[in-house]
Design a protein around this ligand. Sequence first.
Ligand SMILES: Nc1ncnc2c1ncn2[C@@H]1O[C@H](COP(=O)(O)OP(=O)(O)OP(=O)(O)O)[C@@H](O)[C@H]1O
Ligand SMILES: [Mg+2]
Length: 288
Amino acid sequence: MSVDIAVAVEAEATTPLLEVRDLTIRYGKKGPAAVRGVSFTIARGETLGLVGESGSGKTTIGRAILGLVPVASGQILFEGRDITRAGLSGRRSLQGDLRAVFQDPFSSLNPRRVIGDALTEPLRVAKVPRADRDRRAREVLTAVGLPAGSADRYPRQFSGGQRQRIAIARALVTDPRLVVCDEAVSALDLSTQAQVLNLLADLRAGADLGYLFIAHDMAVVEFLAQRIIVLNRGEIVEAGPTSEIVYNPREHYTKVLMAASPVPDPDEQARRREAWQELKAQAPAAVG
Ligand SMILES: Nc1ncnc2c1ncn2[C@@H]1O[C@H](COP(=O)(O)OP(=O)(O)OP(=O)(O)O)[C@@H](O)[C@H]1O
Ligand SMILES: [Mg+2]
């Protein structure tokens, strides 16, 4: 290998997929900072969990990465490229590599358009030829466990869990490098949640796909994330490997967060935890 190629390969291997540096975000020019001095990286193929109580700034960080909220100061780098203030064309060139799955896919699916259109739209924007678009849409529907015939049906003809699969299919149709998942499974019942989480884990396995995984429910984050960062009032209070944050947190805030039930009923919480332990024992390969 020539020295130049070796250097390039080395740089490619060490450049994080995403790097957030000293990020500060405020809503309104004079408003308080919703996010303050936040720094983290996501490696290629890595799942980073982002947790914190309601209002701590999780969604705000996700939205800043997606270019949906302006950054007051700091930097966001995607594969080494500064996208902090990427304009319309910069964002368009990113839209295949950087995708999102939100909590309520119904609100982001046009009720009057069939699923196939929703899936091929990002490919059309990326100027993929029509025949390839349709083939890719069918491929990705199969990958998320929906019949290929789903392409001709409307959003209302699917259940909540199926619509979440459609949202995941739409995120993955462009073969992205990073998907921001913001409470992507929070609205689903436990068994559907388990299916969709297993799906997310399976999909990243062969694809070198990274996730920023935002969720309230620690059991859910624990299942998918390799590392976790903990947010309190817009600032990172603790960060580390998933097992450390979940089973041996240093900060009181994190301890409280871990103990706090995302569901009000403690029995239900215990059942959830047990269900998750079982799920993890069944599918160790899916756990990072
Ligand atoms: N559009 C907005 N305009 C003004 N303030 C906002 C806006 N969106 C969020 N905020 C404020 O920014 C802070 C962070 O909110 P954010 O939605 O990022 O929290 P979160 O951690 O995602 O909470 P949750 O767990 O409830 O989804 C909060 O104080 C919130 O009130
Ligand atoms: Mg949120």
